[in-house]
Design a protein around this ligand. Structure first.
Ligand code: GRF
Length: 212
């Protein structure tokens, strides 16, 4: 059986950013858009938390921003169906998860296959899940870092697009390590989205090839 191949589109795209909190990665993406480094516009910033500081920042930046309360929905899939409707209404090409603390349902992953990215503050496949900077310190690993990957149904396990490594220092705390990793996150996430809309990301099975 031949392997399924996906090539990202070369076009001026429309991206949505899903957040739950601070939103520093969303702002790094938007800054890159404003500087013309990414051939896309941010068509929507959506949060599942009403008081997410990133949502306030999106409003201040004049972006289409939406709080969607999960509580009234009967199931996780119903909630995700509503998000997918909002994305389709805005003709969104790419969904960027940026500190979005809900696990996407298989329905959402299917509807936007190869069109959802996430940023994770560790070198996957090491340390998936939560509190990963603390786990890196506790394990005594010498390097950690950040990973941008496509989202698959298995959490934090989709094809890896870009990674950046940082040293873990003897006197690091989870916070000091998180701060060092965050600097790299703000570089590699915009870079991955730039490559996406330049039509340069080719997904073959679990590997992503960067063309040209
Ligand atoms: C980042 O560390 C990101 O890697 C993780 O959640 C954090 C979000 O930070 N998924 P921010 O909201 O983008 O500032």
């Amino acid at each position: 059986m031949s392997e399924e191949v996906f090539l990202s589109p070369k076009k001026r795209g429309r991206a949505a950013v899903l957040i739950s909190g601070r939103g520093s990665n969303f702002m790094a993406l938007h800054d890159a858009v404003l500087k013309g480094r990414i051939n896309a516009e941010i068509a929507l910033v959506l949060s599942n938390k009403e008081d997410a500081p990133g949502l306030q920042a999106a409003r201040e930046r004049g972006l289409d921003s939406l709080f969607l309360n999960p509580k009234p929905f009967a199931s996780k899939e119903d909630y995700d169906r509503e998000i997918v409707d909002e994305l389709r209404r805005r003709d969104v090409d790419l969904v960027c998860l940026a500190g979005y603390m809900k696990v996407l349902t298989p329905f959402f992953c299917r509807e936007f296959k190869n069109r959802i990215m996430n940023i994770h503050p560790a070198l996957l496949p090491s340390f998936p899940g939560l509190n990963v900077q603390q786990k890196a310190v506790d394990w005594g690993v010498r390097f950690s870092g950040a990973t941008v990957h496509f989202v698959a149904v298995e959490v934090d396990m989709g094809p890896i697009i870009l990674q950046a490594a940082v040293p873990v220092l003897q006197d690091d705390t989870a916070d000091s390590l998180a701060a060092r990793i965050l600097v790299e996150e703000h570089k590699i996430y915009p870079e991955a989205v730039r490559l996406y809309f330049e039509g340069r990301l080719e997904v073959r099975g679990r590997r992503v090839f960067i063309k040209n």
